[in-house]
Design a protein around this ligand. Structure first.
Ligand code: C2E
Ligand code: CA
Ligand code: CA
Ligand code: CA
Length: 278
């Protein structure tokens, strides 16, 4: 038994070392990944629930690692945030998304484009100037861009966030509260943050319409948003039943695997032409 336990301890230690080495390697590879053009953006369509039409997309970054294949943003965004590498990466993401917007516009599609924000990005003094410069460069109307800010960012950086939100809206962009309902004081953010859109976190959607509590919560968020004149978008819509529920509740928008997974940009035109879920 003692031998077993020593073995376990050693194994535990080795696992730990491997994880550290792993994170270190990723951090190292991240530095070169932009130049090597290993990042790509995918776009997840979202529909207006009332007519089932695709009216917008959310830009989501992916890392195509030459040896490891595709790495999830959940894995590399935190490392990029820690190392500060998120700054050049976020600039690239914005530029790529805006440039894609104008390509679609040339093809006659005017979509709402949602872009996720990182806290390091909004802390930068030149943030707003940069957004304005890029909007100008790609001739994107500010109202076509919706910046998503998560509740966890609001929770830890309320002052910075508030200022960024105000400035973004001053230049005409839209702002969405992302992962709504996951923070310590969601209702308070609804009151203090002048956002245009609320995105209901997908943890509330999982058991809709079977779970009575979740159902009541989602209904309430939808009504609250409507009273406050905000658009509400449900994330994580994975079934026909979820979408029917959202229709009954007059939810404004929906996004999730049932509608479409995130896809490469060339797949978007076809998805906007189909009549949706009718
Ligand atoms: P998020 O902003 O909440 O993005 C939605 C995530 O949910 C995406 O995962 C999407 O693929 C996934 N998703 C969409 N529909 C469904 C569904 O029906 N069911 C389930 N189970 N999942 C669904 P992804 O692309 O892995 O992104 C994860 C997170 O990484 C994002 O969460 C966001 O916080 C961060 N992220 C992604 N791209 C960017 C970016 O460009 N910049 C920044 N700062 N963060 C990003
Ligand atoms: Ca988001
Ligand atoms: Ca979200
Ligand atoms: Ca999330």
């Amino acid at each position: 038994a003692a031998k077993e336990s020593v073995h376990h301890t050693v194994q535990f230690y080795l696992d730990h070392v491997h994880q550290r080495v792993d994170a270190f390697r990723l951090e190292h590879d991240l530095q070169a990944a932009l130049e090597k053009e290993e990042f790509v953006l995918e776009y997840q369509p979202r529909i207006t629930v009332a007519d089932g039409k695709v009216t917008g997309v959310e830009a989501l970054v992916r890392w195509e690692h030459p040896e490891r294949g595709r790495i999830s943003p959940l894995e590399f965004i935190p490392i990029a945030e820690e190392t500060g590498y998120i700054l050049p990466l976020s600039s690239w993401i914005m530029e790529e998304a805006f440039s894609q917007w104008s390509k679609w516009k040339e093809d006659g599609m005017e979509l709402q484009m949602a872009v996720n924000l990182s806290v390091r990005q909004i802390e930068e003094e030149q943030f707003i100037d940069r957004v304005e410069a890029l909007l100008g460069k790609y001739q994107v109307p500010p109202a076509s861009i919706e910046f998503e800010i998560t509740e966890s960012v609001l929770m830890y950086h309320l002052e910075t966030s508030l200022q960024a939100v105000r400035e973004l809206r001053r230049i005409g962009c839209r702002v969405a509260l992302d992962d709504f309902g996951t923070g310590y004081s969601s209702l308070n953010y609804l009151k203090t943050i002048p956002a245009d859109v609320v995105k209901i976190d997908r943890s509330f959607m999982k058991e809709i319409p079977d779970n009575a509590q979740d159902t009541a919560i989602v209904e309430t968020i939808i009504r609250l948003a409507s009273v406050l004149n905000m658009d509400v978008i449900a994330e994580g819509v994975e079934t026909d039943r979820m979408l029917s529920f959202l229709k009954e509740q007059h939810c404004f928008g929906a996004q999730g695997y049932y509608i479409s997974r995130p896809v490469p940009p060339q797949d978007i035109p076809e998805l906007t032409q189909s009549t949706g879920q009718e």
